[in-house]
Unconditional design. Structure first.
Length: 109
């Protein structure tokens, strides 16, 4: 569904089967709640912010951030509307924009 390449050259793939990372040697696939996903939902979109944090949007559980060590998932508990997140981008001020099937969402960091 989407691909992003981080500063180390690792490739992150949003797929119907979850999220996959290729670090130039090894493939790692995250697809269940024990990995980090809130549910086994397709990952639709990816982005990297100015701090190097990776962002992932799903088909229904919300938005997840990976800072290189820790995963954080933003859901209705964080006032995030749960809807398929089809696109993610950042603006020149470092704010993140999420295009969802229910409208546009801005996350200021």
């Amino acid at each position: 569904m989407d691909i992003v390449i981080d500063n180390q050259g690792d490739k992150w793939f949003a797929t119907f089967g979850g999220l996959s990372e290729f670090d130039r040697t090894t493939w790692t696939t995250f697809k269940t709640q024990t990995d980090w996903l809130e549910s086994e939902s397709p990952v639709l979109s990816t982005a990297i912010d100015s701090k190097g944090h990776k962002w992932f949007g799903s088909n229904g559980w919300g938005i997840s951030e990976f800072d290189g060590v820790k995963w954080t998932t933003y859901t209705t508990a964080n006032s995030i509307v749960i809807a398929p997140v089809n696109a993610i981008t950042k603006d020149t001020n470092g704010n993140l924009w999420f295009g969802t099937s229910n409208g546009l969402l801005e996350l200021t960091k």
